[in-house]
Write a protein that binds this ligand. Sequence first.
Ligand SMILES: *Cc1c(COP(=O)(O)O)cnc(C)c1O
Length: 370
Amino acid sequence: MKNKSIYVTSPLLPPLEDFTLLLKEIWNSKTLTNNGNFHQLLEKELCSYLKIPYLSLFTNGTLPLIVALQALRITGEVITTPYSFVATTHSLWWNGIKPVFVDIDPITCNLDPNKIEAAITPLTTAIMPVHVYGHPCDTEQIQKIADKYGLKVIYDAAHAFGVETAGKSILEHGDMATLSFHATKVYNTIEGGALICHDEQTKKRIDYLKNFGFAGETTIVAPGINGKMDEVRAAFGLLSLKMVDRAIQSRQEIALQYQAGLEAASGITCMKGIGDTKLNYSYFPIFVDADQYGMTRDELYCKMKEKNIFGRRYFYPLISNFSTYKGLNSAKPENLPNATKIANSVICLPIYDGLKQEEVASIINLIIEK
Ligand SMILES: *Cc1c(COP(=O)(O)O)cnc(C)c1O
């Protein structure tokens, strides 16, 4: 146990024998990509699993963000959160759109709806929030603001696979939502992602855009990109979809063990779900109050590392602190006090299907004993 390294996550892998059988089918069919059978089947099965009518598969979770902005013809300025993975803001940059950072709510870690209106200018065309750690944004409040100012809403739902509020998919909210199926996520296709929209016409447009803009053999309807998922990864995804419920359940058990074990730890706060939400336990963030705990976040992070436990400081640094963005007015730390504080206190603890009870217990002990 002492020498075994424990990482923040470990990928969900389908049985190799099952995958080999599907690979044989692919070899026989000689269809490797371009909307093959496995691709079509996975789109269908994901729609049914996620309880949504329209989903387009992509080769990763960044391209759906870029394509969503294209599909909705977003320009000018977009209001977004600094507390996310860089891909969220990069997708704006790749479209020549100016990101405008707005602070987060200190409890949910999501874009604070009460601060959005003050950041709206005549150039604002959309809001791009993130359901951080799979915890839902205040979708109602955000939609109200969007309606009032005629803005589009694109949710980066990369962390929110399978998350539901009041029995409904979180992906139903906004004009579009995106998913990532990267190896580190709750559900993975090795690399992969998806774009969720709400009508057939839009789905068609998205499918053109992810295939260079081809709407027929000789017709190009838009300057599209290549975002297509191949048959090998779609087959992998079909197999891992069968395992994801069990994986989420075992993540939930780990989350409960952490929560109970860390309850008494002074200066350590765990994130808890709020309201009627079915979470996916994609991450287990804790927040370190250095004064109370008697050790800074980075000291704890390093101490864990010395014991071969590799938590991750998601999300530190803030996106607004990276060189590309830090010159923007909205990137100033004074504008983002909650995000700055959270980024300096967070560690995501290891959580994945296959992490053993005694391993979780030893991580809890390490944190409590200091
Ligand atoms: C993982 C992630 C992405 C990017 O997904 P890729 O599949 O790695 O391209 C985008 N946004 C957030 C919030 C993510 O965590």
